[in-house]
Write a new protein. Structure first.
Length: 200
């Protein structure tokens, strides 16, 4: 609880410094903070929807939110930005500080939408499990990926001196059985046999 209060206190100070209205700012509106302090609710607040997961802003950004006992972490590495942190205010409001920008409040709206106080919107992505296409030919791998809702990405080849891969997939990115956004590309590495007698 001490760590949580320290994080919340820091976020509240940042919010006051940026003059955001956490208590009642609508999307796209700026206002002054009320004088009454904002107090965090009890840990593990039931939210409008589960905020854990990957989101999209409609562009290339894929922020990943983690909620542990009402303490929020936002991984912004998809945009080469520093990790943001925040807290749950109540069942439909969160407060996040982006170190390279400012502190924003946001409203959670079903189904899976975050509406930020600066007017932007994030939509949660429903992720799918990437199929395992290792040891498949490129043609078979492409068919399997397409059937699972993924696209074939960059294909590179290499000489496989272990001789385990004769025009078959050695590695894939994202890895087999990991979660990724439907429609995203999966890169493949195809092994080619070396000259006879050079297998290791």
């Amino acid at each position: 609880m001490r760590v949580r209060n320290k994080i919340f206190g820091g976020l509240l100070a940042a919010a006051m410094a940026t003059a955001l209205n956490v208590a009642g700012a609508g999307a796209g509106h700026a206002a002054q903070l009320t004088s009454a302090p904002i107090r965090p609710v009890a840990a593990a607040t039931p939210l409008v929807f589960d905020v854990n997961g990957v989101f999209t802003d409609g562009g290339s950004a894929r922020p990943v939110i983690s909620d542990v006992n009402d303490i929020l972490t936002v991984d912004m590495s998809s945009q080469h930005r520093p990790t943001a942190s925040g807290v749950v205010i109540n069942s439909d409001t969160i407060l996040i500080t982006f170190p390279d920008d400012a502190t924003y409040s946001a409203k959670l709206q079903a189904p899976d939408i975050i509406r930020w106080s600066n007017g932007s919107t994030w939509q949660k992505l429903n992720l799918a499990r990437v199929p395992d296409v290792r040891d498949e030919t490129q043609t078979a791998a492409k068919s399997i990926l397409n059937s699972a809702g993924f696209a074939l990405g960059r294909v590179t080849s290499f000489v496989d001196f272990t001789c385990n891969h004769d025009r078959t997939v050695s590695d894939q990115t994202p890895g087999a059985n990991t979660l990724a956004a439907p429609g995203s590309a999966v890169d493949l590495r195809i092994g080619l046999l070396p000259p006879k007698g050079t297998c290791r």
